[in-house]
Structures are given as structure tokens and as C-alpha cells.
Design a protein around this ligand. Structure first.
Ligand code: S3P
Ligand code: PEP
Length: 430
């Protein structure tokens, strides 16, 4: 890919887009299948940087995975224990690989080193490590306290059966504990301390664990009861839904342009919380229809897109797309309760603010919110920096649909979750 992509102001036509597989479901099911006591064929798995990091790591750990094609894998489960007891794993910037693998390996009997790209070493992991240490894990920080890279040593049960974990930095810490503590064979209670952010991702975890045979009871997402002697047993085959966060760019395109845009691979019954992005679009003027395996969004062009003030804590990834929708309203909009943006692929609150300002948009950056007001025509041909953040590249591409040509720097960052994003986007345009 060139080091920038110029997107001319574009007309868009009624279109269908086939979504890539969900990152969250792909990486969870790869790990759960690898821990199961049987074989499982996973279909429609995402093929991207984040899933490649998980696949490579599992292979290094000795898990046998036959690749049927780029999106289908037959995973031979390793019965709760990875064969290789010594490995150095590079996990890129994949939170859905780094956090769950840290927990799984910390509860095993090996010596492991986990590292990632420089940005991964700035993304906190201390709350997860603290919780794992309480259960008997032996983990050391190789560079900075509370951040990767990590060194993991064999687990020794210290018989503490109630594990508190903070939930206000990343829900992935709780997901990691939920998926991994069953490997010990013991019953545990996990208590979330304080607020739990990004809650719908915990529901993805629980629903997938249930499909792999482990059912967890919980009290309003605050206390989770893990049964003793629980073993993962995979379904014979499992289909991965299309990615609801990746869908957000195309669904927004339907609202912004008025054309009927259909995404294929999800429907309203999706287990991904980001399908709630559709509800946000409907509140501000979109029409929606659901098919068996698709969602279509459009707008009556006579109707303006309404200004909004949303709490987006439950849809942190799709919320970035809302920031561009805010620009299209031409009115003051607020996206709140999104402090987790600061510890993702980049500090997304700062990055979003800086790049929207380049377009001439008035922006207020709060510690956990962003206020956006596009008062004047956008500046054309602005070069948008993407900060190695796939979502910066994908959401800013939508500016072209507002009639303002735009240049996206280093567009290959989309490889993290959607390597063919710009091809799919180009197909929408006349
Ligand atoms: O568990 C998951 O699959 C994810 C949880 C969310 O992270 P946080 O819980 O850190 O907000 C989300 O932003 C990320 O893209 C995927
Ligand atoms: C935050 C994200 O990724 P990760 O899974 O690395 O946390 C994301 O995809 O927007």
C-alpha cells in the first residue's frame, strides 16, 4: 500500500459490503478451541494482524492448527495445557491476544515472555497482573512496572479463591480472568472493583465460553462465579460473525449519504455490543432494516442528521465513527464516558482532537469526553495522521463522503483488523 491514500469527494451508490470476521470473536474462539479437549473447525475467522498474532502464538505454544483456507482453521485442542513450556511470544498490538494469553499462561507451568510493538508496551496491564498474582501467578515486568513486556513463571496455587479485579481501564482484564481461571480446575469468585467499562465485551466472553461448555453465573456484571472442574469442550464447528465495529463505517455511510448500505455477516441478534451503534444512528435520523444475516441503513435525505449527546462507554470502538457523524451534523455534539480511548492503539481522544482540528472543526477534548462542532465548511485535501491506529484511518475516510477530499497517511494501519478496508470503501463510490 502507498504511504497515503487520497480519497476524492465521492458520491456513493446503494451497496452491499461483506464484513470481515469479528476480531473479538476470532481471537476468543481460537484460544478457547486451543484449550479444549477436542477438535473444532472455525469458519469465517478474521484474517488480519491481530488474529495472525494469536495464531502464531498458539503455534509456538505447540497447539496444532490446520489452516483450511485464510478464514477457516481446524484447531486441535490441547486439553487445557499448552504442550510447549517455554516460549517467547510477540503479540503486536493485539489486546485480544495479549491480555487473555497473559492470563492463560500465568496459570500454567511454563516460562514465557510476552512482548508487543512499542505502543503495546504503553498500554496498561497492571490490574490484570495484580489479580493473577493474587491467585498465585508469578509475573515480572521486563521494562516498566504495570506495562508489558512480561516474563511469566510457573503458577503455584496459593488457595485464594476470591479474586478482585479493577474494571475501569479495560474489560479485557476481566475477560482474560474469566477465560483462564477454569484452567486451574478450582472454583473461583471474581469481584469487579469499581466501575466495569465496555460491558458488552464481557457478554461476548460469557456467551462464547458457554458455547465451549463453561457456564458462568454472575450478579449484574459485578460478581462472577466460576465452577470447579470445568473443562472446555468445543463445538464441532463454529462460525464467526462479521465484525460489528468494522460495520460501523459502512452503516454510518448510509446515514451520511442517504444511500442504502447493507453490511452482510451480522444481524440484530449479534453477540457483539457494537451492533448497538445502529440504535445510536436511528436516534439521530437513520432508517434501518434487518435481514437474516445483514443490516441495512439509509436516511431520508430531506431529513437532517440530528445533533447528539451520547454516553458511548458500551461501544468504545464504534464511538470513533460517531465522532465523524458529529461533524456531519454541523451542530455541537458530545461523546461521553470514553476515557478508555486514551489507552488504546493511540491516545484516541488526543488524536481525534488533533486531526478534526486540522479540518477546521471546533473540538473540546475532555479527560473522558469529546465535544465536536463543525461550524464552517471543512478544509479540503487535509493530510490526516493515523497514529498506527486502524480506526483513525477508517473513520476519517468517511470525510470524503461529506464532499471534502481527504488524504489518509499510512493507511496500512487498517491491517490490524480490516486489511481490505480501502478496497471495500472504494466499491461504495461511483
Ligand atoms: O474484549 C474485546 O474484544 C475488546 C474490548 C474493548 O476493549 P476495552 O475493554 O479495553 O475497552 C474493545 O475496545 C476492543 O477493541 C476489543
Ligand atoms: C481497542 C482496540 O483493539 P485491542 O483489541 O488491541 O484493544 C480496537 O480494535 O479498537
Amino acid at each position: 500500500m502507498k504511504d497515503f491514500i487520497f480519497l476524492p469527494a465521492s458520491n456513493i451508490r446503494d451497496s452491499h459490503v461483506r464484513l470481515p470476521g469479528s476480531k473479538s470473536i476470532s481471537n476468543r474462539t481460537l484460544l478457547l478451541a486451543a484449550l479444549s479437549d477436542n477438535e473444532c473447525v472455525l469458519h469465517d475467522v478474521l484474517d488480519s494482524d491481530d488474529t495472525q498474532r494469536m495464531l502464531e502464538a498458539l503455534a509456538q505454544l505447540g497447539v496444532v492448527i490446520e489452516t483450511i483456507d485464510a478464514n477457516s482453521h481446524r484447531v486441535h485442542g490441547s486439553k487445557q495445557r499448552f504442550p510447549n513450556k517455554d516460549a517467547q511470544l510477540f503479540l503486536g498490538n493485539a489486546g485480544t491476544a495479549f491480555r487473555p494469553l497473559t492470563a492463560a499462561l500465568a496459570l500454567m507451568q511454563g516460562h514465557y515472555e510476552l512482548s508487543g510493538v512499542p505502543r503495546m508496551h504503553e498500554r496498561p496491564i497492571g490490574d490484570l497482573v495484580d489479580a493473577l498474582r493474587l491467585s498465585g501467578a508469578d509475573i515480572t515486568y521486563l521494562q516498566n512496572e504495570a506495562y508489558p513486556p512480561l516474563k511469566i513463571h510457573p503458577w503455584r496455587d496459593n488457595e485464594q479463591r476470591t479474586i478482585p479485579v479493577k474494571g475501569n481501564v479495560s474489560s479485557q482484564f476481566l475477560t482474560a480472568l474469566l477465560m483462564s481461571l477454569p484452567l486451574t480446575g478450582q472454583a473461583y469468585t471474581i469481584e469487579v472493583v469499581g466501575e466495569l467499562i465496555s460491558k458488552p465485551y464481557i457478554d461476548i466472553t460469557l456467551k462464547l465460553m458457554a458455547q465451549f461448555g463453561i457456564v458462568i453465573e454472575h450478579e449484574q456484571h459485578q460478581v462472577f462465579h466460576l465452577p470447579a472442574n470445568a473443562l472446555y469442550h468445543a463445538p464441532e464447528s463454529l462460525h464467526v460473525e462479521g465484525d460489528a465495529s468494522s460495520a460501523s463505517y459502512f452503516l454510518a455511510a448510509g446515514l451520511l449519504t442517504g444511500k442504502k448500505i447493507t453490511v452482510e455477516g451480522i444481524n440484530e441478534k449479534s453477540i457483539q455490543g457494537d451492533v448497538a451503534f445502529v440504535d445510536a444512528l436511528v436516534q439521530i435520523g437513520a432508517h434501518v432494516s434487518y435481514g437474516d444475516n445483514s443490516i441495512t441503513v439509509w436516511r431520508d435525505k430531506k431529513q437532517a442528521i440530528q445533533a447528539f449527546d451520547f454516553d458511548a462507554n458500551h461501544i468504545p470502538d464504534a464511538a470513533m465513527t460517531l465522532a465523524i457523524v458529529a461533524v456531519a451534523t454541523g451542530q455541537e455534539c458530545h461523546i461521553r464516558n470514553i476515557e478508555s480511548w486514551r489507552v488504546k492503539e493511540t491516545d484516541r481522544l488526543s488524536a481525534m482532537t488533533a486531526e478534526l482540528r486540522k479540518l477546521g472543526v471546533h473540538v473540546v477534548e475532555g479527560q473522558d469526553y469529546i465535544s465536536i462542532h463543525a461550524q464552517a465548511p471543512l478544509k479540503p485535501n487535509v493530510r490526516i495522521d493515523t497514529y498506527d491506529d486502524h480506526r483513525m484511518a477508517m473513520c476519517f475516510s468517511l470525510i470524503a463522503l461529506l464532499g471534502t477530499p481527504i488524504i489518509i497517511n499510512e493507511p496500512e494501519c487498517v491491517n490490524k483488523t480490516f486489511p481490505t478496508y480501502f478496497e471495500a470503501f472504494a466499491k461504495l463510490c461511483v
